[in-house]
Design a protein around this ligand. Structure first.
Ligand code: ZN
Length: 507
């Protein structure tokens, strides 16, 4: 494999301390170790790393595509450019030509440019996971929307598979009457402790054989599942299961709950009042904080807090205003610069196109498999017609159904590829528009997009330590902003000129 070596010293070579000869020697040694044959050495003298206007480097860019060069070896990545935007641009240009960049003295992945690229890949993996997660949820959600419970049912119910329909559904078990009794006593005003005690004496045990405790009972009595309503996927649906108690009894119990509690949160499932719900985690116990507004009270009683039953001492009630003010201050600090913006969008689109290429290949494979299966089906039919005694009917139907199942599974995969593309482009467009002024965007977005935007900015969420918000881990975009603010102004011109020269106009 052939490579070229690029070495450079600036005017202040004495400051840099590494002569061209030393750099060349190290690069040659590296090439030998890695099994490359050095086709040519480009030596740049007395040119600053700040500008991309370097004659030898220009020659290298012209030389590389025409001489079967597989790699460019540099002494250090900052020999290419001290400017991260330029580094990224060069790496990208080389990648386009199918040429890898190697550093004789450092792992390219550890350079800022390498880290940035890795972050972008990380964001993709994250995005991919989200889509996959959604894909899994869609099937379950469809069943849920039809009134079928789809996960572990609450105490007093078991999942039982019906032989008639082939579906699993929540069915009352022998503990159900105990729970019913608990609701009845609650409506009469008994304390949770007294009811729990009574239930345990009457023989109540959980599905794991444990006695009931106050917190469990509290959760049971607040759960609308027992009056026939299912709440999941941010939605409420009337379930197909048999309720344990009447609606009337359930609401009477809630009234008792409210009398007994100092704050009786009304929990709406989607609540535009609390845009940070689910994003902010307690720094002490890690639980995601929720928000609630006691009914009929004024704004000052709107809080973010732990879920009921949490024993954590931190962030018990954080006024909504305080939490969101702190969050907005954080957003206001994000000042992305347009120049790095364009470049990053280019880089992301590059990766996206690679990713898409992979998917399109997958899709071709799927199409081939589908064709194969259709052929198998046809063959099976023909054989059956020609020789009816070869399979008995049951055998034939089983095989046919198996093939149909395989076809169905593949068809789902095939449509997903297309959905993903639309979704990705939509997400990217929304994200980049919104990033021009993060605070302003956040304030103007609707609740659904707001939440999506938050998670894009802070994929790992935000931690609240009782005083202020902080990010546990720097996200891709946060990283970009840091890079952008660390860069100097004159790089803007340089990168813009460079982009124009090559004729890649970012959109
Ligand atoms: Zn906590």
């Amino acid at each position: 494999m052939r490579c070229v070596v690029y070495v450079r010293v600036s005017d202040q070579s004495q400051v840099d301390g590494t002569s061209l000869d030393t750099q060349t020697k190290m690069c040659r040694e590296y090439a030998e170790r890695e099994g490359y044959k050095v086709a040519r050495v480009f030596r740049e003298e007395g040119v600053s790393a700040k500008t991309l206007n370097r004659p030898e480097f220009q020659k290298l860019l012209e030389y590389v595509p025409n001489h079967k060069i597989k790699a460019v070896i540099v002494y250090k990545v900052d020999r290419l450019s001290r400017n991260l935007e330029n580094q990224l641009f060069i790496i990208r240009t080389l990648q386009e030509a199918g040429v890898g960049l190697h550093s004789a003295t450092e792992n390219v992945n550890d350079t800022p440019a390498g880290k940035l690229q890795r972050n972008i890949l990380g964001a993709f993996a994250e995005y991919d996971n989200q889509v996959r997660g959604e894909r899994c949820r869609t099937g379950a959600m469809a069943r849920f929307m039809q009134g079928w419970w789809v996960s572990t049912p609450p105490p007093g119910y078991d999942m039982v598979r019906s032989s008639a329909t082939g579906r699993s559904m929540a069915v009352r078990n022998e503990m159900s009457t105990q729970i019913q009794w608990g609701f009845e006593q609650r409506a009469r005003g008994w304390t949770l402790a007294k009811i729990a005690d009574g239930m345990n004496k009457r023989g109540y045990r959980s599905r794991y054989g444990r006695k009931i405790r106050e917190q469990n009972l509290d959760r049971i009595i607040k759960n609308p599942f027992y009056m026939g309503l299912m709440v999941s996927f941010d939605k409420e649906v009337v379930g197909r299961h048999e309720p344990t108690v009447s609606k009337d009894l359930w609401y009477r119990c809630q009234a008792v709950n409210e009398q007994n509690a100092h704050h009786s949160p009304t929990r709406n499932i989607i609540n535009p009042l609390f845009p940070l719900r689910g994003l902010v985690r307690c720094s002490h116990c890690g639980e995601r904080l929720t928000g609630s507004a006691p009914q009929g009270r004024s704004k000052q009683y709107e809080y973010y807090h732990h879920r009921s039953g949490s024993l954590c001492h931190l962030s018990r009630n954080v006024p909504k205003e305080d939490m969101e003010k702190d969050f907005k201050n954080k957003l206001a600090q994000l000042k992305p610069r347009p120049s790095i913006f364009k470049l990053v969008k280019l880089v992301i689109l590059d990766y996206w196109q690679d990713w898409l290429k992979g998917h399109q290949q997958d899709q071709k494979g799927i199409t081939r498999q589908l064709e194969g299966l259709q052929q198998e089906k046809a063959n099976l039919l023909t054989e059956k017609r020609r020789n009816p005694n070869l399979y008995d009917d049951e055998d034939f139907i089983t095989q046919m159904n198996e093939l149909r199942g395989k076809v169905k599974a593949l068809e789902v995969l095939r449509s997903d590829v297309e959905d993903n593309q639309d979704k990705f482009e939509e997400v990217l467009t929304i994200a980049f528009d919104a990033l021009k002024d993060p605070l302003k965007s956040w304030e103007s977005l609707g609740i659904g997009e707001k939440v999506r935007f938050e998670h894009l900015l802070y994929p790992q969420g935000i931690e609240y330590d009782g005083q202020s918000c902080r990010t546990a881990e720097i996200s891709l975009l946060m990283h970009l902003f840091e890079v952008a603010s660390a860069e100097t102004e004159n790089s803007k011109e340089a990168i813009y000129q460079r982009v124009q020269r090559v004729g890649v106009e970012p959109t």
